[in-house]
Write a protein that binds this ligand. Structure first.
Ligand SMILES: Nc1ncnc2c1ncn2[C@@H]1O[C@H](COP(=O)(O)OP(=O)(O)OP(=O)(O)O)[C@@H](O)[C@H]1O
Ligand SMILES: [Mg+2]
Length: 371
């Protein structure tokens, strides 16, 4: 069902991402080591990742790094990562059996992991390292002619790993473990880039080949088609003008369109109420996430975002607004904060002008956000 608000798992529920799916599948077929799936929040990264993993028919683990980060007190502990790996194996035991990937042979050999019929568990005082796990998987895959996928959803949170340098580990995997492909997704695209540092000569992943699959918003026509098809599935007739208004207001961000469709099609709200509900409910989510990001310099970040939401798009105009609102700030510091917001994908910079790419973020900043 298109209007299911959870990340999609089945290809038939994934609308208009054939090209992106094929890019990922081709990279896997060619045995490429690193694949990035990037795009702003709610654009469908997790859905595309889920479907690609399923469609590849290859064994995989998928790790929701953002979930670990928030569940375990804003840090990525090794043990939490191992638990997530074990859980992912457990969820897919039947699939592994079907494709003859022998979890027990592979994971059972690693100290601290325990494999039973029903799943994989981690001993509390496990001493093994991620590299041990990956090496064991790769060795088995090499002998048995498998490719294995390790997927990190919202991988940029791996930068909060205490002393562990994951970028170094990934470079080692890329160079040495030929039968493993890693997929990273990230909505804070600049932050993900800063973490992986493909362009930094002093960083471990420097110069490594990677394939990037960028998820863009749907264009107008595709957004309308998406809504039409979703309502058709529910056998509902909807007014074309109303759909136009939905796309005017929510743009081609499939997550928001899905939420509208859910409110209207499943919850049975009227067009107007569904649209209001989408703005109200989704803006709460957005605001919560935004507060966390801007916390280190709340008033200044807040003033920058407010300025852009009010239509100031030029560096100097935004800076003037910020200075009036929260006092003077050096050019350097101002640019740093502005660029950070671009890295976090709250702003985009196009032809020297700054904009907010997400209509719900814009609404939140205009209506709900006080500096
Ligand atoms: N191609 C698609 N077809 C149908 N529904 C989709 C599609 N892509 C995403 N969705 C829906 O949009 C919402 C957001 O999708 P998803 O969680 O995959 O995006 P995301 O980019 O991972 O979001 P986040 O940044 O919050 O992690 C979900 O409700 C999902 O079901
Ligand atoms: Mg996601």
């Amino acid at each position: 069902m298109l209007f299911d608000v959870r990340p999609k798992i089945f290809e038939e529920d994934l609308f208009n991402r054939e090209r992106e799916l094929n890019m990922i599948l081709e990279a896997l077929r060619l045995g490429e080591g690193i694949i990035l799936v990037t795009g702003i929040r709610r654009i469908g990264k997790s859905s595309v990742l889920n479907v690609a993993l399923k469609k590849s028919n290859l064994p995989y683990v998928i790790i929701d790094v953002r979930k670990i980060f928030f569940e375990y007190g804003n840090v990525i502990h090794r043990r939490a990562l191992f638990n997530a790996i074990a859980d992912s194996f457990t969820r897919n035991m039947k699939f592994f059996e079907k494709i003859k990937f022998k979890v027990k042979d592979v994971i059972g050999r690693i100290k601290g992991f325990y494999v039973s019929e029903v799943g994989v568990e981690v001993e509390p005082n496990i001493n093994s390292k991620l590299t041990d796990i990956l090496a064991a998987i790769d060795e088995w895959c090499l002998k048995n002619d498998f490719r294995f996928i390790v997927a990190f959803d919202e991988a940029q949170y791996l930068r909060f790993a205490g002393g562990v340098k994951y970028d170094g580990i990934f470079a080692w995997v890329a160079d040495n473990l030929r039968n493993i492909s890693i997929i990273f997704t990230g909505s804070e695209i600049g932050v993900l880039r800063d973490f992986l540092k493909f362009d930094d000569p002093s960083a471990p992943l420097y110069g490594r080949y990677y394939r990037e699959v960028v998820l863009n918003r749907f264009d107008r026509e595709t957004s309308i088609q998406f809504l039409k098809k979703g309502f058709e599935e529910l056998r509902m007739e909807v007014d074309g003008e109303e759909l136009e208004e939905v796309v005017d207001k929510l743009d081609g961000i499939v997550g928001w369109l899905t939420f509208y469709g859910y409110c209207r099609g499943i919850q049975g709200l009227s067009h107007r109420r569904a649209l209001n509900e989408t703005f109200e409910k989704c803006s709460r989510l957005v605001l919560e996430e935004l507060q966390k990001i801007i916390e280190p310099s709340r008033r200044r970040y807040g003033a920058i975002l407010k300025a852009v939401s009010l239509g100031y798009t030029k560096w100097s105009d935004i800076k003037d607004y910020v200075t009036i609102k929260v006092g003077s700030i050096t050019d350097r510091r101002f640019s740093m904060l502005l660029n950070k917001l671009v890295k976090y994908s709250y702003l985009i910079k196009e032809n020297g002008r700054y904009e907010i790419p997400d209509p719900i973020v814009k609404y939140v900043l205009r209506e709900k956000f006080q500096i």
